[in-house]
Design a binder for this molecule. Structure first.
Ligand code: ARG
Ligand code: ZN
Length: 471
C-alpha cells in the first residue's frame, strides 16, 4: 500500500530535502576567474569586498612581512578556495579558525577552511606572511623594482601577488586600507588618502585608505626616500605627490610635470565629468623602468618619462585612466581598449587644446604613418590577444577608432558619450561591446560597422572607411 502512495524516487528526494547539505556538496573554487587571456589569474567561488594590509618593509634586506585581512563573500558552496600569492604564508585563518593551506604552483595559495562556506556567506581570511618580493618569480618573471632606498610595486596586468594575497583580477574590485611601517626617514606611498603617519621604535607607519572599488593591479606600494608635496584641490580633495630624492637630472622635469596633476584633472573633468575618487597625486621613484601606470588616485611614473623635459602628456594619459580604466574597469583583459584607447585619445585632446595638433591631424598622421603591410594593422584593438595587450596599436589604432566615432556622431553626441560612459559604469566593469552599445544608444546611430572596421579587422581600413568615418 505504502509503495503505491509514494514512488521510491520521490521518497529518496524527500529524504534528501530533510538532510542538510553535506560537505560532499561543497566544491573547491576554480583556480582562475575565467579570463581566456590569463587562465590562472584571479579565482572562482568568492568575491572580495575589502583588503586590510598591515605590513612592514625593510629596504636593507628587502623583507616584507605582515598580515592581510580579507573580507569576502562566497559565490558557491565552497569547500576550498585559492588566493593568488607568491610570498610565504605562515598562518591562515578563516573566520578566526586555523585553515589548512598549501601552495599549488608558486602563485596559488590554496586555503581549506575547517568547515565549508555556504554560498552567500561573508567570511574573513587572515594571512600572515613574509618574503623577499624582488626575488620572487611568478608566472615566469619578477615584478617589483628595487631602488637604492626601497622598492616599488606597480605593474600591469599583474603586480599584487608579489606583495599581498588576493583575487588578482580586475573583475573583483575592493576597497583598501594599506598600512606600512618603514624605517624612520623613509616613506611608504600607496593609494588614496594618508589617514595618519606615526613613528615609534625606529619605524614610521603610513596608513593609506583607498575607499572606492579598486582593481588589484591598481593597488601600489612604493618605499623610499621621497620629497613629498601636499595640496588641496578647489573641491577640497587632498593632493599628495612624491619624488625620489634620487632622480638626478630628471628631478626638475618630473616635478614640473606631476605638479600639474590638479590642473590636468580639472581639465579632464570638463571632458569626462566629475573626478571619481577622493584623492589625487602621482609618484616618481628612482626605478630603471620606462613605463607609467594609472595606479588608482596616484599614478606611478618612471623617471625616464621625464628625460626630455616636462611631459604633461603622460600625466594626461594616467589621469584619464582614473575614469577610463580605474573607475570603469575592464571585465576581462581583452577589453583593454576601453582603457588604453581612451587614455591615448585624451592625449590627443590635450594636444588639440595646447595647439600642438588637433585629434584629427594626429589621427591622419597615425593613419598615414603605417602602410597597409605594417604589422600595426594586424593587431585588433578590440581583441588584441595577451601577447599584444600593450602593443602600440591598442593605443594608436584604438584612438583612431575613437576619432572615427567622433566624426560619425558629431561633437555634441561625442562629448555626451565621453562624459556619460564613466557615469554609466562608475566603479564597475565593462566590455568593449558595452561601449559600442552605449555609443549607439546615446547617438541613436548604428555603429557596429564602424567599430568592426576600426577595432576588429586585422587589416588597414581602406581610405573609403577613413573618409566615411571622417566627414
Ligand atoms: N597602463 C599602462 C599605461 O598607462 C601600461 C603599462 C604596461 N605595463 C608595463 N609593465 N609596461 O600605458
Ligand atoms: Zn595607459
Amino acid at each position: 500500500m505504502y509503495r503505491r502512495l509514494i514512488a521510491p524516487g520521490a521518497l529518496a528526494a524527500a529524504l534528501m530535502l530533510a538532510i542538510p547539505a553535506s560537505a560532499a556538496d561543497f566544491t573547491p573554487g576554480a583556480s582562475g576567474i575565467g579570463d581566456p587571456y590569463y587562465p590562472d589569474y584571479g579565482n572562482g567561488g568568492y568575491d572580495v569586498s575589502h583588503y586590510d594590509l598591515r605590513l612592514k618593509y625593510q629596504p636593507k634586506t628587502d623583507v616584507l612581512e605582515g598580515t592581510a585581512t580579507i573580507l569576502a563573500t562566497s559565490t558557491q558552496d565552497l569547500s576550498r578556495f585559492n588566493l593568488d600569492f607568491g610570498l610565504k604564508a605562515s598562518e591562515v585563518l578563516v573566520n578566526g579558525k586555523k585553515a589548512r593551506f598549501a601552495t599549488s604552483g608558486v602563485e596559488e595559495l590554496e586555503v581549506t577552511p575547517p568547515t565549508g562556506l555556504p554560498k552567500g556567506s561573508s567570511f574573513t581570511v587572515v594571512v600572515r606572511y613574509s618574503g623577499k618580493p624582488s626575488d620572487v618569480k611568478l608566472y615566469g618573471f619578477t615584478s617589483p623594482q628595487r631602488t637604492p632606498d626601497g622598492a616599488v610595486f606597480a605593474n600591469e596586468p599583474e603586480s599584487a601577488a608579489w606583495w599581498f594575497p588576493s583575487n588578482d583580477h580586475p573583475r573583483d574590485k575592493a576597497t583598501y586600507d594599506v598600512s606600512v611601517a618603514v624605517p624612520d626617514g623613509t616613506q611608504a606611498i600607496s593609494n588614496g588618502v594618508l589617514q595618519s603617519q606615526t613613528s615609534k621604535l625606529g619605524w614610521t607607519r603610513f596608513n593609506w585608505r583607498s575607499n572606492k572599488p579598486q582593481a588589484t593591479y591598481l593597488a601600489t606600494l612604493a618605499v623610499g626616500k621621497f620629497d613629498i608635496t601636499t595640496d588641496k584641490t578647489a573641491d577640497g580633495l587632498p593632493v599628495v605627490n612624491a619624488y625620489s630624492k634620487d632622480l638626478g637630472d630628471n628631478y626638475g622635469a618630473a616635478r614640473a610635470s606631476v605638479e600639474r596633476t590638479t590642473e590636468v584633472a580639472e581639465w579632464l573633468e570638463t571632458k569626462f565629468g566629475k573626478y571619481p575618487f577622493n584623492a589625487l597625486g602621482g609618484y616618481v621613484p628612482n626605478v630603471p623602468s620606462h613605463f607609467a601606470l594609472e595606479t588608482q588616485t596616484r599614478p606611478f611614473y618612471s623617471p625616464a618619462q621625464f628625460a626630455n623635459g616636462a611631459n604633461v602628456s603622460v600625466i594626461v594619459h594616467e589621469l584619464a585612466h582614473q575614469w577610463y580604466g580605474d573607475s570603469v574597469s575592464v571585465d576581462g583583459w581583452k577589453d583593454i581598449w576601453i582603457n588604453e584607447g581612451f587614455a591615448r585619445y585624451s592625449q590627443w585632446l590635450w594636444s588639440e587644446k595646447e595647439g600642438e595638433g588637433t585629434a584629427q591631424e594626429l589621427a591622419d598622421y597615425v593613419y598615414a604613418q603605417h602602410p597597409a603591410d605594417d604589422a600595426f594593422w594586424t593587431v585588433k584593438p578590440g581583441d588584441p590577444g595577451a601577447e599584444n595587450q600593450f602593443d602600440i596599436a591598442v593605443y594608436d589604432r584604438g584612438a583612431l577608432a575613437i576619432q572615427a566615432l567622433r566624426n560619425a556622431v558629431g561633437e555634441k553626441k561625442f562629448s555626451e558619450i565621453l562624459k556619460g560612459w564613466p557615469q554609466e559604469h562608475a566603479y564597475g566593469n565593462a566590455k568593449v561591446g558595452d561601449f559600442v552599445q552605449y555609443a549607439e544608444k546615446v547617438s541613436g546611430k548604428p555603429l557596429a560597422g564602424l567599430f568592426d572596421t576600426w577595432l576588429y579587422q586585422p587589416s588597414k581600413p581602406g581610405t573609403a572607411a577613413a573618409q566615411r568615418d571622417r566627414v
